[in-house]
Ligand binder design. Structure first.
Ligand SMILES: Nc1nc2c(c(=O)[nH]1)N[C@H]1C(S)=C(S)[C@@H](COP(=O)(O)O)O[C@H]1N2
Ligand SMILES: [Mo]
Length: 333
């Protein structure tokens, strides 16, 4: 994500930018006297988070049991797994694209607790094992379009958000669904201060209208590429709303609450003129600082692949259009 607050402030989210930030951090660390022995380590282990001590262990993912979904399977070239798990936005683990993979490897996902409450007949609490068995798992292949104008094609494993919400039996007054990421500054260095966390007031929060949440496309992912999620992608459970910009797809969820009021959402709080509540992918409504008409598809291309694809309305998921009948999508960005 890109905002005005932190140092990183252009749409050039590519690795050239990351490299520049990395070099800036290196010189900052050097000037602070933090880089003696560390200077010989690989780049992924030398960043601002070494100040807090990062964890060198590799998180272990496990194979999942699932069926391919009957539909929702994009046939476009998939983004290689190595890119899906190394080019991430997860500010709780740092603001550069490579930070989450470098800093999240020691993240603990078991035990986990996900509560679903608020305006429901039956509040639910799921533990780690429940995440994989409350609803039958299926694989869907979705496009993911970040508001920064890059995109991926990812095979997710999980289930419809609607299936889980139905189990809690929503009351008639439920108009919105609010989501919250784990708050644990001990594990998430970005949450220790605004300086390390990109200006966000944690925990990260998101929300959907109830009809958006109940749309069959709205997905809760517990895996990708056939295995449990790595922490950098939002383990153990994260939202995937493929017709909206990626920041709506909140990671590492601990709470889902059905409400009567529109819930606050993290990027809207931070920069309301840039990021709205709806955040539907829309090539005709530009970000105030860059065009949304096209995107860089992250596939096999390397650092110097600058080819761009045209962006599609609702990221190509036109079946959601009836949700917004009569709504001015320029005003409701
Ligand atoms: N809790 C939390 N969820 C988050 C984010 C974040 O910083 N924190 N970043 C969002 C953004 S901007 C994007 S594009 C997607 C990226 O998901 P990926 O890293 O799995 O591709 O996660 C979203 N979910
Ligand atoms: Mo994003």
């Amino acid at each position: 994500m890109l905002i005005k607050v932190p140092a990183k402030s252009s749409c050039n989210e590519n690795q050239v930018t990351d490299e520049k930030i990395y070099q800036q951090r290196r010189s900052l660390l050097k000037s602070m006297g933090f880089m003696g022995a560390a200077s010989s380590l690989s780049s992924s282990h030398v960043n601002a988070f070494d100040l807090f001590g990062s964890d060198d262990k590799t998180f272990v993912t496990q194979a999942l049991d699932f069926k391919p979904a009957a539909n929702y399977r994009s046939t476009e070239q998939q983004t290689p797994e190595s890119k899906v798990i190394s080019h991430n936005n997860f500010y709780e683990f740092g603001t550069a694209k490579s930070d989450p993979q470098a800093n999240a490897q020691g993240f603990k996902v078991d035990p986990w607790s996900l509560t679903i409450n608020g305006l429901v007949e039956k509040p639910l609490t799921l533990d780690y094992a429940d995440l994989f068995k409350k609803v039958a798992l299926e694989e869907r292949i979705y496009r993911l379009r970040c508001v920064e104008a890059w995109s991926m094609v990812i095979p997710w494993v999980g289930f419809s958000l609607a299936e889980l919400i139905k189990q809690s039996q929503p009351l008639s007054g439920a108009q919105y669904v609010a989501f919250e990421t784990l708050y644990d500054p001990k594990q998430m260095p970005g949450q220790k201060s605004r300086w390390t966390g990109g200006g966000i007031d944690y925990p990260y929060v998101e929300g959907l209208r109830i009809d958006e949440a109940m749309h069959p496309l709205a997905f809760l992912a517990v895996g990708l590429y056939g295995k449990t999620l790595p922490p950098q992608n939002g383990a153990p459970i994260r939202l995937v709303v493929p017709w909206k910009y990626g920041f709506k797809s909140i990671k590492s969820i601990t709470r889902i609450r059905l409400t009567a009021q529109k819930p606050p959402t993290t990027w809207n709080i931070l920069a309301p003129n840039e990021y709205g509540f709806y955040a539907n992918v829309n090539p005709e409504v530009d970000h105030p600082r860059w065009s949304q008409a096209s995107e860089r598809r992250i596939t096999k291309g390397g650092l110097f692949d600058l080819s761009r694809n045209p962006t599609q309305m609702f990221n190509g998921y036109s079946e959601v259009a009836p949700l917004y009948a009569g709504l001015d999508l320029k005003r409701n960005y």
